[in-house]
Design a protein around this ligand. Structure first.
Ligand code: MTE
Length: 319
């Protein structure tokens, strides 16, 4: 019998994967228009070139700080990788603004070094670490992950980081620890939306300890080969690719192990819309929209949403 691979329920079928010829043609089409990068076309409209060079200038200091990381071949995606400029100009970072296309401009005064991260709570060895010391200590790897926002946009990004498990092993969770609570910086002088007293700042997210210890759960310190630029949550953020993007908290200052489920930012604001678990699931619509399909930023291609964002093999056993 021929070596036929039967896809698991959660795997993305071949026919949903963009054929290479299709995206090569799209690239050519865009190149013919004199615009580099598929997303630039959809995001910037007519002044694409001018806008793109401004973004490149903003990214330059981060692009110069390359990170050495082994490419982990276990984590690749068959879909086309999202253009770096597209990913860097379509962000959610509500501390700065609610306008996704302007986050990259609003983070100008956000200083992400020096930066400390405190790990405390139900652990044997609480510690406070300088982020660059931490980066030196941890075995960095590059993983290409699918990313799915609850708002239905999606992207494919090469993150650089280390498994959260490796960090938790350093502090040694106590047996009573059940949850991991993560908190973002608080500085209303540089992040003006934090002056909005109606919202429960700072941004808080959480995972169960089992989710945090899962091999997929990544502490991210870089992207596209270099350190994180501020709009992606520098200097250190979470990526949990089987969950909606709001779980992937940015610019983390503290990690606390606890026996109580943390009260998370969006869950406090809109509990009916943003649950604690927030696993990607096409069969559970958001109360205001369907989750059956998603669209790729940049190309605008639409695909069916896949349960656990395609990572069921690694995480389905947790639920
Ligand atoms: N973390 C903080 N601190 N503040 C935020 O507003 N937005 C979340 C998540 N992490 C957010 C955050 C949401 S809704 C998404 S979709 C992702 O960050 C977006 O990550 P990206 O901008 O790097 O694509």
């Amino acid at each position: 019998m021929a070596n036929i691979k039967i896809p698991k329920g959660w795997e993305i079928p071949e026919n949903q994967v963009t054929p290479e010829s299709a995206y090569i043609n799209r690239r050519k089409f865009i190149k013919d228009l004199g615009i580099a990068g598929a997303g630039a076309l959809s995001l910037f409209g007519t002044s694409a070139c001018a806008q793109e060079s401004k973004v490149a200038k903003q990214l330059e200091p981060y692009r110069m700080q390359t990170l050495e990381a082994k490419k982990n071949k276990e984590f690749t995606v068959k879909r086309e990788q999202t253009d770096e400029i597209v990913a860097a100009t379509y962000n959610n970072f509500y501390e700065f603004t609610s306008s996704k296309s302007t986050v990259w401009k609003r983070v100008e005064r956000f200083k992400t070094r020096p930066w400390e991260i405190e790990i405390s709570g139900l652990v044997e060895k609480p510690m406070t670490l300088d982020v660059d010391d931490l980066i030196k200590q941890m075995p960095l790897e590059e993983r290409i992950y699918r990313f799915r926002c609850v708002e239905t946009w999606a992207m494919v990004v090469p993150w650089i980081g280390f498994p959260m498990k490796a960090l938790l092993e350093k502090v040694q969770p106590k047996s009573e620890a059940k949850y991991v609570k993560m908190v973002t910086f608080m500085d209303p002088d540089v992040a003006p939306h934090q002056n909005n007293f109606g919202l429960p700042w700072p941004y808080v997210e959480g995972l169960t300890l089992a989710e945090a210890m899962n091999d997929l759960t990544l502490m991210v310190v870089g992207v596209y080969g270099h350190i994180l630029p501020p709009q992606h949550g520098a200097p250190i953020r979470l990526i949990a690719p089987w969950k909606y993007g709001f779980k992937s908290i940015k610019s983390i200052v503290s990690i606390e192990l606890t026996d109580k489920k943390p009260r998370t930012f969006w869950n406090v604001i809109l509990p009916r819309e943003y649950g604690f678990e927030a696993n990607v699931n096409p069969n559970v619509p958001h109360p205001r929209w369907s989750q059956a399909t998603e669209w790729m930023i940049g190309s605008m291609e639409r695909h069916p949403t896949v349960i656990y964002n395609g990572y069921g093999e690694s995480v389905a056993h947790l639920y």
